[in-house]
Design a binder for this molecule. Structure first.
Ligand SMILES: Cc1ncc(COP(=O)(O)O)c(C=O)c1O
Length: 446
């Protein structure tokens, strides 16, 4: 039956002796009663296993490397703490993410700061707090970082982000390596701008960076990017006698959301990536630089699930049967943003046969607020509990208060234990920064 197949495909899921669906040792129905719905749940066991798989895949190679977790996928203080304990470094894309990481006890020197328009305020904050490396996105930023480092009298390690001009087979909104990308410096301009990089007294050139896209399933685009980057490293060496010590290839490894997704394992990905870098470095008589990767989704996506409660069920004669749940695009933007697909089960009916084709819709005032279009589920009723799989990456981090919905709680589970990583928002919390300009007199409604 489909549910058995689905549960086997999902990390952390088991059926317990009471025939209840369990995630990292916690009964989902119990979690829903304790934390309410909608709620995000993250398995600490899976997060740590994914980090370990990356570490072990790299350890097999006799090379210098660093694994950076891409915080944009999901970053809260407890997550920063786990990533630190697992020995990974961290890639952040804003002052806000730096703040979360530091408050979570993450060492500043293992943080890499990304972004295509880092503000003066963010750069000041990052440099003052001793952030390890800044990934320079453009020439304007190069000047700004030099100016700030000069004023603060600090030396700053930099990587420079290149656009390798590689198109990937992924949704256009998560492609970043194509020639007209808004991130980075076109690779063909690199040699011309290099003197400007070298002239900066406070910046220490470490190497180059690229990120070609996200949710990638095949290695061909990575191979093309590696070729471009190695050619560039070689040209830099030849023209300026400068050694590039670091090659950062970004993130992007895809995960399995539905059975149509044929994701590579972490081990396969690292094996092929490093193997190809070695081959290309050998061909070009280059020593192998330190290799950096920035996985986000492949570490955290599978570790997360979201629970929803079914409210009304609607179906006009012969039309779509809608199960309307108590969350939606405010906690999961990906279907409306990228047409992303998901799989789900009815937790309290997980072993019943999936006979009805339904659409799981959210409660936001947008017709596009559909979580899953046309999925087969058992006959659903109001009050049923739905679990959406693979909701760890780019869900909480992209969540919003649209329609005035508070963000759901984020709960960490670990072999039967559970506790908040972020409490659910309240109306008071959402209103705490609201203010009245002096010419408006607030009227309190009693
Ligand atoms: C620069 C950079 N590095 C790493 C990542 C993480 O990518 P993924 O979550 O696909 O591994 C992203 C995501 O967009 C990114 O922009």
């Amino acid at each position: 039956m489909t549910f058995i197949k689905e549960i086997k495909n999902r990390k952390g899921f088991k059926i317990d002796e009471n025939n209840k669906l369990v995630f990292d040792g916690c009964c989902l129905e119990d979690l829903a009663s304790i934390y309410g719905t909608p709620s995000y749940f993250f398995s600490e066991t899976i997060i740590r296993e994914q980090c370990q798989e990356y570490r072990e895949a790299f350890k097999k190679w006799n090379i210098d490397y660093e694994i950076l977790y891409a915080g944009k996928a999901f970053l809260v203080q407890a997550m920063a703490h786990i990533i630190n304990e697992e020995g990974l470094s961290l890639d952040v894309s804003s002052g806000g993410e730096i703040y979360i990481a530091l408050e979570g006890g993450f060492p500043a020197e293992r943080i890499y700061f990304h972004g295509n328009n880092k503000s003066e305020e963010e750069l000041n904050f990052a440099i003052k707090r001793g952030i390890g490396t800044i990934v320079i996105d453009n020439l304007y930023e190069l000047e700004l970082v030099e100016q700030i480092a000069n004023i603060l009298n600090k030396k700053v390690n930099i990587l420079v982000r290149a656009i390798p001009g590689v198109d990937t087979h992924t949704h256009k909104k998560i492609r970043t390596g194509q020639i007209d990308s808004k991130f980075g410096i076109p690779i063909q301009d690199f040699l011309y701008i290099f003197p400007a990089i070298l002239a900066k007294k406070h910046l220490i050139y470490q190497g180059v960076h690229c990120h070609i896209g996200s949710q990638l399933f095949d290695m061909q685009s990575y191979y093309l990017a590696i070729r471009e980057m190695i050619d560039m490293i070689k040209a830099i060496e030849k023209n300026y006698e400068i050694k590039t010590s670091v090659l950062n290839l970004g993130g992007g490894l895809g995960v399995r959301y539905t059975e149509d997704d044929t994701a590579l394992s972490i081990n396969q990905y690292v094996h092929q990536l490093v193997g190809q870098i070695k081959i290309m470095c050998n061909e070009n008589q280059l020593s192998i630089p330190k290799i950096l990767v920035e996985p986000g989704r492949s570490i955290i996506a599978d570790a997360g699930v979201t629970l929803y409660r079914v409210g009304p069920i609607k179906q006009a004669k012969g039309m779509t049967r809608y199960l309307i749940v108590d969350g939606g695009m405010t906690d999961n933007l990906r279907p409306s943003l990228y047409d992303a697909r998901y799989e789900a089960l009815i937790v309290n009916k997980f072993d019943e046969e999936a006979l009805e084709t339904v659409t799981v819709a959210g409660k936001c005032c947008e017709s596009g607020d559909i979580l899953i279009k046309d999925i087969k589920l058992p006959h659903a009723e109001n009050g049923d509990l739905i679990v959406l799989f693979t909701t760890g990456a780019y869900h909480y981090s992209m969540s919003s208060n649209y329609n005035g919905f508070p963000r759901p709680p984020v709960v960490l589970v670990n072999k039967g234990k559970h506790g908040f990583m972020v409490k659910g928002e309240t109306y008071q919390y959402m209103n705490q920064n609201h203010a009245f300009p002096e010419w408006l007199t607030p009227k309190k409604v009693t």
